[in-house]
Design a protein around this ligand. Structure first.
Ligand code: IMP
Ligand code: MG
Length: 182
């Protein structure tokens, strides 16, 4: 029952595809974090749907927290300047931190966040991203868990936005270039 959206050129992943990918990631995380104190740190806003679904497949006691970072203005390009708009509200020193992101593009956001959390000190730090766009990488960032690799296209839905629109689409689609080249 996919909601139609006139600005979506084609559907990349359906609700069912997303569920399969998320389940698979959750099972790997469950295996890897047995006996460890896991803290999942979501990078808002893009992570909100993915993280909610992912956590349901992580069959371990775990904590969650969120950060809000800004780098993207009203466009499809990262400014490279990262600002922490909302920081963590729990201490991380005795935790194994897993950062949960919607998509790694230039890598500037995660490079900054990962270094910041590393400096604060935690038991370990890993990255889980639903989407990876490796062709656009500027910073040396590698995810430990990757849901799906995308080409150099702008995608929306399932939490991902363009100018704060489309986050509520239950699937992920490629945005028509006309929709952002106005
Ligand atoms: P980075 O710092 O360039 O890696 O930017 C990562 C952030 O840019 C993601 O968390 C998204 O919010 C946004 N972003 C990058 N590519 C896309 C896309 O194709 N669709 C929607 N948001 C994107
Ligand atoms: Mg975003």
């Amino acid at each position: 029952m996919d909601m139609k959206c006139e600005n979506v050129e084609r559907i990349l992943l359906s609700r069912e595809d997303l569920d399969r990918i998320t389940k698979n990631l959750g099972e790997q995380i469950t295996k890897d974090y047995q006996g460890k104190k896991l803290l999942m740190v979501g990078i808002l806003k893009g992570c909100f749907m993915f993280m909610a679904d992912l956590m349901r497949y992580v069959e371990l006691p775990c904590q969650m927290d969120f950060m809000i970072c800004s780098s993207y203005g009203a466009g499809t390009e990262s400014s490279g300047q990262i600002k922490i708009v909302k920081d963590l509200s729990v201490p991380i020193q005795d935790c194994h931190v897993l950062i949960v992101e919607d998509i790694i593009d230039s890598g500037n956001t995660l490079c900054y966040v990962k270094n910041l959390l590393k400096e604060r000190g935690c038991k370990s730090i890993k990255l889980c991203t639903l989407f990876d766009k490796p062709s656009r990488r500027e910073a040396p960032v590698y995810a430990d868990y990757i849901g799906y690799e995308v080409a150099n296209e702008f995608i929306v839905g399932y939490g991902l936005d363009f100018n704060e629109r489309y986050r509520n689409l239950p699937y992920v689609g490629v945005l028509k270039p006309e929709a952002y080249q106005l």
